[in-house]
Write a protein that binds this ligand. Sequence first.
Ligand SMILES: Nc1ncnc2c1ncn2[C@@H]1O[C@H](COP(=O)(O)OP(=O)(O)O)[C@@H](O)[C@H]1O
Ligand SMILES: [Mg+2]
Length: 213
Amino acid sequence: MNGPRRFAITGTDTDVGKTVFAAGLAAHLGARYWKPVQAGLDGETDSETVARLSGGKALVLPEAYRLNTPCSPHAAARIDGVTIDPARLTLPDGDGPLVVEGAGGVLVPFGADANGGLLAADLFACWGLPVVLVARTALGTINHTLLSLEALRARGVAVLGVAFSGHAEPVAEEAIPRIGAVRHLGRLPHLDPLTAENLRAAFAAQIDLKAFA
Ligand SMILES: Nc1ncnc2c1ncn2[C@@H]1O[C@H](COP(=O)(O)OP(=O)(O)O)[C@@H](O)[C@H]1O
Ligand SMILES: [Mg+2]
C-alpha cells in the first residue's frame, strides 16, 4: 500500500473491542488516533483509553464532538441540543498514519435530523479509507459480521478485513472469511490484565501486520 497508512475502525456492535484494536493498531503504526464523535463522557473516553493502551505511541487528536450521553451520536447530539455538522466530520489534515474509530456499528446514525440520515458507513464512504470490521467471536457473530459486510459494500466502502476479538472460535473464524469473501486480520484474545504492554505483544503476535504495511 502506498501513501499514508490510514484506516477506519468499525465493528459489528458497541463493546466488541474497536477501541482496544484501534489502540493496538495506532501504537503499532505510531499513528494519530481520531474519534470524531464521543458519545458518553462518564468514565474513560475512547480517546483516553487509546492514550493509555497505546503506551504513549499514538498521538490522540481532539474529538470533533464530545456529547454527554452514551447512545448513538444523533440521539446524543439531540439531548445536548447540538446539531452535528458533517463538515466537522471530515478527516483531520496532516501527514502520516491515521486510525479513525467510528461509534457503535456500521449503520449508526451520525446526522441530526436536520442533515438527514448520515450513517457511519456513509462517513466511511466519504472518507475513502479502508475499513477494519471488528467482530466478536461469541455466538451470533457470523450473522452480525456478514450483515455488516453487506452494508459496507452496498455503500462502496473498501473492507480491509475482519479482526476478531475474544476466545478462539474456529467455526466462525472459518465461515466469515469464506462466506463474506473477506480477509481474516487475526484475533486479539481476551487479555488479563489489559495493559499497553500486553496489547502490544498480542497485536504483534496475533494480527496480520502485513495488511497494514
Ligand atoms: N482483547 C481484550 N482483552 C481484554 N479486554 C478487552 C479486549 N478487547 C476489549 N476489551 C474490553 O471490552 C470492553 C469493550 O471494548 P472496547 O474496545 O471499548 O469496545 P468498543 O470500542 O467496540 O465499544 C472494554 O471494557 C475493554 O476493556
Ligand atoms: Mg470504542
